[in-house]
Structure formats: structure tokens, C-alpha cells
Ligand binder design. Structure first.
Ligand SMILES: Cc1cc2nc3c(=O)[nH]c(=O)nc-3n(C[C@H](O)[C@H](O)[C@H](O)COP(=O)(O)O)c2cc1C
Length: 381
């Protein structure tokens, strides 16, 4: 019996050599046992912006010893929200509510970062304090109507932030990062992707400012970099990452020169020595749809001196390739596959079949259905 267990162990170890995604990686001070990262995934089950006890099971199901997880986008202030039932981390109650979730991930040996965001103009007055207009770098409204299958909402034209108001928003990120550390998180990821506030500032399709936060590339990136600097000073660059999607034009937030933007950002980030840069593949022009694309993240990966995470449209084979081909990424981030397969690393190890994800329940508020009821491998065979 013992011999059989030993043989199985040897088989797994041998197999792992052949599965680049399952090789260990040292990300700064964090010893990761594999390269498969849980993507930030908004699930809209945090009633009244407070994380709920059902998230304990959801995140711990997706935790492995030495695995790296990123939370769903989490609001930094009461003006940061734009979707129902998304969590925040600006109140004491929210911080307390995160604690048991973080503890559960730590109890299983996971490394857990909190993704911090502000939606900017991707909101409407119903989400804003006193029904005020959402804030942005611009007063240009989004022309589309938002529909993620759950919420359908008209966007309210945003109010352009005055120059002297911007330090307050930067400060909200700093305080939220401090709160995240108080909640027990190992670090934070600034959401600089997908057309939310930080991205609105960076992209020339949106940013039409004439002060020193608009116009030149340097000016457009100033807001993001001020947040990076403030958060790095508050909690340390060694536990700070950022997510960027220079090539995406989700939420009408595109840029006329995404490669230059991406390169400028990573080169600037190098100066702060942050832990990681998490980039969304150019093929993900919008968040959930893959398309053919001639661009590559390689120039950014090469220019960045920290850990590089790549996300978007990856399956097992492409993930292995990205890691094996050292040039591409240190870690690979999985969204929909991890959402539907709580034991994704195990399944990749065994090259087992995957559960299919169900879009219909991505954003429904049920605490179980489509959330914690995706079966584990043992349950399916
Ligand atoms: C249900 C759902 C929610 C998402 N929420 C977030 C989010 O909160 N923050 C974020 O940066 N990206 C979010 N994304 C994008 C994912 O992190 C990921 O980049 C995208 O799903 C593409 O990766 P995939 O092909 O592995 O799913 C979300 C995607 C989905 C499907």
C-alpha cells in the first residue's frame, strides 16, 4: 500500500515536471507552489457592498497550498461602485467582513491579494451618494447601455474631477490598501484595466483633460502612478501589483497607441519596484471575448523587471506554453475556467476534463447556485 502511494507521488512529481504550470515560482517574498492564478472575478454576491459569509466557501474552494488568488474588484470608496452587490473595503464593517474570508484562504495555505478599484464613469447616480453624478477624468458620457445579463442600467453622464480633487481619490486608494492589509490580505492589486477610473485617465479615447492629468502620455498616466506611489508608500511595493489592459477598449476606453502606453507604464512601474504587473492579452479586446490580434505582450514583459502575469483566454496548453516559453509570463491567470472548476490546478495536473461555465449565473446574487456548486473532480468521476 505504501509502495503504491509512493509510486503515485513519484508519478505526480514526474508529471509536474512536464506541466510547466505546476512548477513552483518565487514571487518576491511569496513562495508559490504553482503558476495558476485565480483571476479577479466580480460575482455580485456582496449584498449592500459587504462581503458575505458564502464567499468563505467560494474562495477557499479555489485555494491550494501555495496558490495565488486575487479577489473580485473591490470598491475603494462610496463613489467607487457601479454594479449591485459588489464588495467594498472603505468601511470598518467591510474590513471585518473580509477577515474570515482571508483567514479561510490562509488556513489552506493560499496567498491572497485584494483587487482595488473605482468604476469612475461606469456608474449611474443610483449608485452614488446623494444621487450625484459619477466622477471621471472627463464629462463625456458612455454612449452604451450597460447590460451584464443581471443589471441593465443607463449610465449617468459623469462629472469631470477638478484638479484639486484628484489627490483625494488617490488617498482613497491608499486608505483602501491599508484596510486590505488590516483585513489580513497579503497585498493588493490596483485595477488599472477594463475602462474603469484608472484606465479612463490613461486612455486617449476618454481623457480629454487640459491640466497635468491629461494630454501627453506622461500626464494621462500620472493618476495611475500617483496611486501606485501612494499605495507603495503605505503598504510597501513588495505587496503591490497592478492590472493593465492597454489593448482593450471595453467601456469605450481605447487608446490610439496601446503598445506605447503599455511600455510607458511598465517602465514607470519599474521605478517603484512593485511586485507584479498583470496584463490582459491583446486578444481580449473586450473582457470576455477573444479575437484574432497581431499584438503581443512580449515587449511589456521584457521591459518589466518584476513578476509578469498574463490573463485572458488561456487554456491548459496555452498556459503551459506561456510559462515554458520563459519569454511570455511567470504566472498565468484564469478567469472563467477557475470560476467553473474550483480544483483547476488539480485538473490541469491530471489533464482531467473541465466543467463548463454557465454565463447565466456569473452575476446572479444566489449564494450557492453558479457560485459554490460547481463540482470537484471526485464528485464527477
Ligand atoms: C464573471 C466575470 C467577472 C469579472 N470580473 C472582473 C473583475 O472584477 N476585475 C477584473 O480585473 N477583471 C474581471 N473579469 C475579467 C477576468 O479577470 C479575465 O480577465 C477574463 O475573464 C478573461 O480571462 P479568461 O479567459 O481566463 O476568463 C471578469 C470576468 C468575468 C467572466
Amino acid at each position: 500500500m505504501e509502495n503504491r502511494a509512493e509510486a503515485e507521488q513519484q508519478h505526480v512529481e514526474k508529471n509536474n515536471d512536464l506541466v510547466p504550470l505546476l512548477t513552483p515560482y518565487k514571487m518576491g517574498t511569496f513562495n508559490l507552489s504553482h503558476r495558476i492564478v485565480l483571476a479577479p472575478l466580480t460575482r455580485q454576491r456582496s449584498y449592500d457592498n459587504v462581503p458575505q459569509p458564502h464567499a468563505i466557501l467560494y474562495y477557499s474552494q479555489r485555494t491550494t497550498k501555495g496558490g495565488f488568488l486575487i479577489t473580485e474588484a473591490t470598491g475603494v470608496s462610496d463613489t467607487a461602485q457601479g454594479y449591485t452587490n459588489t464588495p467594498g473595503i472603505w468601511t470598518k464593517e467591510q474590513v471585518e467582513a473580509w477577515k474570515p474570508i482571508v483567514d479561510a484562504v490562509h488556513a489552506k495555505g493560499g496567498i491572497f491579494f485584494c483587487q482595488l478599484y473605482h468604476v469612475g464613469r461606469v456608474s449611474n447616480k443610483g449608485f452614488q451618494p446623494n444621487g450625484q453624478a459619477p466622477i471621471s477624468c472627463t464629462d463625456k458620457p458612455l454612449t452604451q447601455i450597460r447590460s451584464n445579463g443581471i443589471d441593465v442600467a443607463q449610465f449617468t453622464p459623469p462629472r469631470r474631477l477638478r484638479t484639486d480633487e484628484i489627490p483625494q481619490i488617490v488617498n482613497d486608494f491608499r486608505l483602501a490598501a491599508r484596510n486590505a492589509i488590516e483585513a489580513g490580505f497579503d497585498g493588493v492589486e490596483i485595477h488599472g484595466a477594463h475602462g474603469y477610473l484608472t484606465d479612463q485617465f490613461m486612455k486617449d479615447q476618454v481623457n480629454d483633460r487640459t491640466d497635468h492629468y491629461g494630454g501627453s502620455l506622461e500626464n494621462r498616466c500620472r493618476f495611475a502612478l500617483e496611486i501606485v506611489e501612494a499605495v507603495a508608500t503605505e503598504i510597501g511595493a513588495h505587496r503591490l501589483g497592478i492590472r493593465l489592459s492597454p489593448f482593450a477598449d471595453f467601456m469605450e476606453s481605447g487608446d490610439s497607441n496601446p503598445k506605447t502606453l503599455g511600455l510607458y507604464m511598465v517602465e514607470s512601474l519599474n521605478k517603484y519596484g512593485i511586485l507584479y504587473c498583470h496584463m490582459v492579452e491583446p486578444r481580449m479586446r473586450i473582457v470576455e471575448d477573444k479575437s484574432e490580434c497581431p499584438h503581443s505582450l512580449l515587449p511589456m514583459r521584457k521591459a518589466f523587471s518584476g513578476t509578469f502575469l498574463a490573463a485572458g483566454g488561456y487554456n491548459r496548453e496555452q498556459g503551459n506554453q506561456a510559462v515554458a516559453d520563459e519569454g511570455h509570463a511567470d504566472l498565468v491567470v484564469y478567469g472563467r475556467l477557475f470560476l467553473a472548476n474550483p480544483d483547476l490546478p488539480k485538473r490541469f495536473e491530471l489533464d482531467a476534463p473541465l466543467n463548463k461555465y454557465n454565463r447565466e449565473t456569473f452575476y446572479t446574487s444566489d449564494p450557492v447556485i453558479g457560485y459554490t456548486d460547481y463540482p470537484f473532480l471526485e464528485a464527477t468521476c
